[in-house]
Design a protein around this ligand. Structure first.
Ligand SMILES: Nc1ncnc2c1ncn2[C@@H]1O[C@H](COP(=O)(O)OP(=O)(O)OP(=O)(O)O)[C@@H](O)[C@H]1O
Length: 266
């Protein structure tokens, strides 16, 4: 069955996003490549879910489908947010715009009036602790600061009016956003992301290769199989003591290694 835009992406009730039997193939005939094969996944409003899986198992493909950047070959995606925001590994800021203007851009494109734009941009820069750097251009910022700008911009596009934020919980899709950063900056930004998530109440789907990162950030860790990706196991996390967190990280690492080696042996 091939899904159309109309039947594959619908508004959801009670979930930030719900995927049912999502398949995605690229190419045609003998050159068809199955990237995803029957993904079922529910994310609750405000929930933080980390998606983990081997390289090439379809994690980015899945985020692209949820973001509406591509369409599933089959299955349905129900969204409770009109515009999921996406944040990638690279900040991809407009180099000629200041940090503040980059954050303001989605608000401008959405037609938000000037005064509301300015005040929202100020709040978001403060939220990511960049209120002193709004007039700087991307080349004047460190990699970590650029990712903070990208986070503020993603939040601007996810929560561009207070009405929408109140009535339709938003969804933030993050594709390995900290993997290009050094370990210390990454650690700081993970803490900052958790603070921002608690402040905004947005649901997050966070893709990573890094089991420790997934266990630190998520309320739930979802493991995808090797390509074609589908959900093979899930673990609730959060509220764990440090030794419990270490033990769970080891368990998930072991399972990830099994998933990768079963694919290599196939
Ligand atoms: N537009 C496309 N056309 C053809 N093949 C594609 C396309 N996009 C992705 N693929 C293929 O689909 C598979 C899944 O890719 P995807 O980027 O989703 O994996 P991933 O899990 O995000 O990988 P990584 O962890 O290495 O970033 C790969 O084999 C990739 O080559």
């Amino acid at each position: 069955m091939t899904a159309t835009v109309e039947d594959s992406v619908r508004p959801a009730t009670g979930h930030a996003v719900r995927l049912a039997g999502v398949h995605k193939s690229f190419g045609q005939g003998r050159r068809t490549l199955a990237a995803l094969a029957g993904v079922d996944l529910d994310v609750a409003p405000g929930e933080f879910v980390c998606l983990l899986g081997a390289s090439g198992c379809g994690k980015t493909t899945l985020l692209n489908l949820i973001a509406g950047l591509d369409r599933p070959s089959a299955g349905t995606i129900e969204l409770n947010s009109s515009r999921p925001a996406v944040m990638f590994q690279e900040a991809a800021l407009m180099p000629w715009l200041t940090a503040a203007a980059n954050v303001e851009l989605p608000l401008r494109l959405a037609g938000v009036p000037r005064a509301a734009r300015k005040s929202r941009t100020g709040e978001l820069l403060e939220l990511v602790r960049l209120d002193g750097a709004g007039r700087k251009r991307p080349h004047e910022l460190s990699g970590g600061m650029r990712q903070r700008v990208a986070l503020a911009r993603a939040l601007a596009s996810a929560l561009h009016t207070s009405d929408e934020a109140a009535s339709r919980p938003s969804l933030l899709l993050m594709d390995e956003p900290f993997s290009a950063l050094d370990a210390i900056t990454r650690d700081v930004l993970q803490g900052e992301l958790l603070r921002v998530w608690r402040t905004t109440g947005t649901a997050v789907v966070f893709v990573t290769h890094d089991v420790r990162e997934a266990v630190r950030l998520g309320q739930r860790v979802v493991l995808l199989s090797s390509r074609p990706g589908r959900v093979v196991q899930q673990w609730p996390v959060g509220g764990l003591s440090a030794p419990e967190e270490r033990a769970l990280t080891e368990t998930i690492n072991q399972r990830l290694r099994e998933v990768i080696s079963s694919h290599a042996a196939a």
